[in-house]
Design a protein around this ligand. Structure first.
Ligand SMILES: Nc1ncnc2c1ncn2[C@@H]1O[C@H](COP(=O)(O)OP(=O)(O)OP(=O)(O)O)[C@@H](O)[C@H]1O
Length: 654
């Protein structure tokens, strides 16, 4: 234990730790939707998934036979609520007994269980009961985006920049990194979502100021001239309200240098909370009218969740919405109307809470609200008119910048950062851009009385290092424990423990007379090194904080990587199985078409043979729900050998 008498030195240094690598993508791993992008030739390309969509639902589902990821999982969610996982980002890096996890569990149609005080999701995976950590679910979504990028770019993609909410703590960041490792991705850097959005905004701004369509506005080399217009620097506030998290950052952009001044947020506030409020409202209304309870009925919760999200979206453009759900409970339908004003009333405390964060981030940045030149809205939930109104009014009717596509800006910025880190020669524009972020949570050690002594305050520019001198708290003690925490609370018990180490062989002296210099160094990736040196004996101790306690072990990660390989192989087999079924089906269909057109030209025996074979094969396809690749191939070959020779003259291109 150390005493609180301290002196402090804080310094920030710049490093260039990037390694040249060729292709790297940016990924916004969202609570509800995820998005991937690449920046090449000074242009951003949003990766379109296999369904042709630019964002992918962060959903994973297990059916009797398959594992589904993304759109396929999302579309079947309401019929398979127990085995459809969404919002895993809300669980990642948290402990099971975390209040937030406990309160979320009440709304989730799937089961979350306690495994060594970590929340695992229990699903029936194709007949096999499995417990999945949130990292594994995240890895499945990341692997899906990786695959989409590989098919769009026609090459293997392993390097990525992944974004996290600015207010994510160390354990949530490390767990996100683990999810990427399991997905076979090498994380070049974890960056904060609002910082990524600001990068996108800044480079977007470089192009034609008159063109307001974000996707049409590509940063160009010529656009750099406009950057010099910002030579006095502009203060930008990014208000990022997504599906599950809320972040606010204030940045200064000056001559291509992006400097984050302060950041704050809530890792548990977003669109899903508004959905939950609506769900509760509908459930109450339904119970009042029908006396039927939705609470313990997972299918009903699943249906209500989907209806609530849709209703919320409609209320962003309409003043009223009628919500109808067929057969919600015991065959009884839900039919309720809600107005925009009622919705706003249901969520007003949550909406207003976001302004408190805006105020505190401005204070931390040392800026008056009038000093903000531009307010950028990011995240799907900023489409809610009331949110826009509150923010506009707070800033004295200032216009909000909505030129950045709310759902894609974060991935866009991550792709720019990825391009910067690999020194991509095709993207000259990024050579003129630099980025300096801050640590979002204070870092310190436990001192006498269980108090937190902050060594690196939040919002310190990264990379950074800071030292403080502490003194022995007992007479003649020979060993001192150093417990490292992050968080803003006065007592360490309310903060988050990152790690501990002992310093032995310290100067034997009376209480308060043996100084020890404790140094915290934080790199751009948020990796923290803490060292302590006894000023008398020179004895040293140090740790690199990896926060192992809340993370998966290396063995668990290895096991999940090989599970991922198995899933990938199964997915490929499933694809081949579906393709072989489709091949057979379309072949039989083609033969049938030709047969219908030419059957009168066939001899009676050939006619009845071909007719019988077409009929029986079609029946077999229909009745065989899941034939094997071999079975489909066998049928195909058999048909080809026996029916094809008869039909050959009437088939074209076969
Ligand atoms: N028109 C709309 N009106 C209201 N809410 C909307 C609208 N469009 C999208 N949303 C909400 O935006 C959220 C998704 O936004 P986004 O994709 O930015 O977040 P995310 O990346 O999934 O989450 P996070 O950044 O919090 O991890 C969802 O809750 C969705 O319901």
């Amino acid at each position: 234990m150390t005493s609180t008498r301290t002196t402090s030195i804080i310094s920030s240094t710049s490093t260039n730790d990037s390694t040249p690598i060729r292709t790297a993508i940016g990924i916004d791993l969202g609570t509800t939707y995820s998005c991937a992008a690449i920046f090449k030739n000074n242009k951003v390309k949003i990766i379109v998934n296999d369904q042709g969509n630019r964002t992918t639902p962060s959903y994973v589902a297990f059916t009797d036979t398959d594992r589904l990821v993304g759109d396929a999982a999302y579309y079947q969610a309401q019929f398979n609520p127990r085995n459809t996982i969404f919002g895993a980002k809300r669980l990642i890096g948290r402990e099971f007994d975390d209040d937030i996890v406990q309160s979320d569990i009440k709304h989730l149609p799937y089961k979350v269980v306690d495994v060594n005080n970590r929340p695992y999701i229990e699903v029936d995976a194709c007949g096999d009961m499995k417990k999945l950590p949130a990292e594994e679910v995240g890895s499945m979504i990341l692997a899906k985006l990786k695959e989409a990028a590989e098919s769009a770019l026609d090459r293997e993609v392993t390097d990525a920049v992944i974004t996290v909410p600015a207010y994510f703590n160390d354990s949530q960041r490390q767990s996100t990194k683990d999810a990427a490792t399991i997905a076979g991705l090498n994380v070049l850097r974890i960056i904060n979502e609002p910082t990524a959005a600001a990068l996108a905004y800044g480079l977007n701004k470089l192009d034609d100021d008159h063109d307001n369509d974000f996707m049409k506005k590509r940063p160009t080399a010529t656009g750099l001239a406009v950057q010099t217009d910002l030579s006095e620097g502009r203060n930008i506030l990014v208000y990022d309200l997504g599906g599950g998290t809320f972040d606010v950052s204030v940045l200064n952009i000056r001559e291509g240098a992006f400097r984050v001044k302060a950041t704050d947020g809530d890792t548990h506030l977003g669109g899903e909370d508004f959905d939950n409020r609506l769900m509760e409202y509908f459930a109450r209304g339904f119970k009042k009218i029908t006396s039927k309870d939705v609470a313990s009925n997972e299918t009903a919760i699943g249906k209500l969740k989907k209806a609530s999200e849709q209703a919320k979206r409609v209320l962003s453009t309409n003043s009223m919405v009628r919500v109808q759900v067929d057969s919600l409970v015991d065959g009884v339908n839900l039919d309720i109307t809600i107005t925009r004003a009622e919705f706003e009333d249901l969520c007003s405390d949550l909406f207003k809470a976001t302004l408190d964060t805006v105020k505190s981030v401005l204070t931390a940045a040392g800026l008056e609200k009038y000093a903000i030149d531009e307010i950028i809205l990011v995240g799907g939930s900023t489409r809610i008119p009331k949110i826009q109104k509150l923010v506009t009014e707070y800033f004295g009717d200032k216009n909000l910048n909505k030129s950045i596509n709310a759902d894609e800006a974060v991935a866009y910025g991550a792709a720019i950062q990825a391009s910067m880190l690999i020194n991509d020669e095709t993207s000259t524009i990024t050579n003129h851009v630099s980025l300096q972020d801050v640590n979002s949570q204070s870092l310190g050690i436990r001192v006498v009385g269980g108090e937190m002594s902050i060594v690196l305050p939040r919002n310190t520019p990264l990379p950074a290092s800071a030292s403080k001198t502490y003194y022995n708290s007992q007479d003649y003690q020979t060993m001192r424990k150093h417990a490292v925490f992050e968080g803003e609370q006065k007592l360490v018990k309310d903060n988050h423990l990152l790690g501990e180490f002992d310093l032995r062989n310290i100067t034997k002296a009376k209480k308060g007379e043996a100084p020890v210099l404790v140094t915290f160094s934080l790199d751009r990736n948020g990796i923290l090194n803490v060292s302590a040196v006894d000023q008398g004996t020179g004895s040293k101790g140090s740790i690199t904080v990896k926060n192992e306690s809340n993370r998966l072990s290396q063995d668990q990660i290895k096991e999940l990587i090989s599970n991922g390989e198995v899933y990938k192989q199964n997915d490929q087999e499933e694809l081949m199985r579906v393709e072989s079924r489709n091949d057979l089906e379309s072949y039989v269909y083609t033969v049938r078409e030709a047969f219908e057109d030419h059957k009168t030209e066939l001899s009676p025996s050939y006619r009845s043979f071909v007719e019988r074979e077409i009929k029986s094969t079609r029946e077999w396809i229909e009745n065989t729900r899941r034939g094997s690749i071999e079975e489909y191939k066998y049928k195909h070959d058999w048909f080809k050998q026996n029916v094809h020779p008869i039909m050959f003259p009437y088939l074209t291109n076969q």
